[in-house]
Design a protein. Structure first.
Length: 274
């Protein structure tokens, strides 16, 4: 049967697929638009399967908060190349995913992927975009914070972002400074009290081995290792880190100058290049 240019254009508008892909789908579907849409989706799945082992080290990391700065999400749409990442259609999809996430505040990444976006799930929309671009797309990260005040920061390269929750409202400037601190210094936790046990034990094991290799007596190993761990806390937990903008005081001390009662309650940071 003859496939009209107007039909191809109509299917393209419906799916966003390329003109040749739309024409091929309509030919295969004998002009049936619903079947043609399915064929285009199936092609996206095929491309996704073929490129499943590819790395998505480019893309867009997005941090967004609601108008009151009490809810915020951090998510990412990844792809293979910077060329695709800068494409307007890719950026539109990345921001649509972030908007849906912020509107719904899903519990986790799986719940996010199951949410509706323009008549399909987010996971299906990502697969469809994979088929259209010809390279792997993925949503590798999602998290959220609900707090009295949340600051967000997206690095200039668009591939690194942070959200930080505070125990009470503070100025946008202070919030941004702490979010930039987290972005730049990549702390492992808010404080040493909430540092994951597995991180602590891993560090101690490294220190113990280093100390033994230096020939220190066995009865001194644990004491020296704990000393090194305290240094780790100062360098790697947000409250104890040196406040980058000042260089003389800790982040906790800086926040006390702002408001003695304010504390960081949570943060999330994601980078495509970590």
């Amino acid at each position: 049967m003859e496939i009209k240019a107007t039909d191809v254009a109509k299917l393209r508008q419906m799916t966003g697929a390329g003109m040749m892909d739309c024409k091929s789908a309509l030919v295969e579907a004998n002009g049936d638009f619903e079947r043609a849409k399915e064929i285009i989706r199936e092609k996206g799945k095929l491309v996704a399967a073929k490129r499943a082992d590819r790395e998505t080290t480019e893309g867009a990391v997005i941090a967004k908060a609601n108008e009151n700065n009490t809810n915020a999400i951090l998510t990412c749409l990844g792809c293979e190349t910077d060329f695709v990442a800068k494409n307007a259609e890719f950026q539109k999809l990345a921001n649509e995913i972030a908007d849906v996430a912020l509107a719904n505040m899903p519990a986790d990444l799986a719940a996010l992927k199951a949410l509706n976006l323009n008549g399909m799930t987010i996971e299906e929309a990502v697969v469809q975009q994979t088929g259209k671009s010809g390279e792997k797309h993925a949503v590798p990260f999602y998290n959220k914070i609900e707090a009295p005040y949340i600051a967000t920061y997206i690095h200039t390269n668009g591939k690194l972002a942070t959200i930080v929750g505070f125990s009470k409202a503070i100025s946008n400037e202070v919030g941004r400074e702490i979010a930039m601190q987290v972005t730049a210094m990549n702390p492992v936790s808010v404080s040493k009290s909430d540092c994951p046990k597995e991180v602590i034990e891993k560090e101690l094991e490294i220190y113990r081995e280093q100390i033994r290799q230096e020939g220190k007596p066995e009865n001194m190993v644990e004491q020296i290792a704990l000393g090194k761990l305290n240094k780790f806390f100062k360098e790697s937990t947000l409250e104890e880190q040196t406040f980058v903008k000042d260089g003389k005081i800790s982040v906790a001390a800086y926040l006390k100058t702002v408001d003695p009662e304010v504390k960081v309650v949570a943060f999330y940071r994601f980078s495509l290049n970590d």
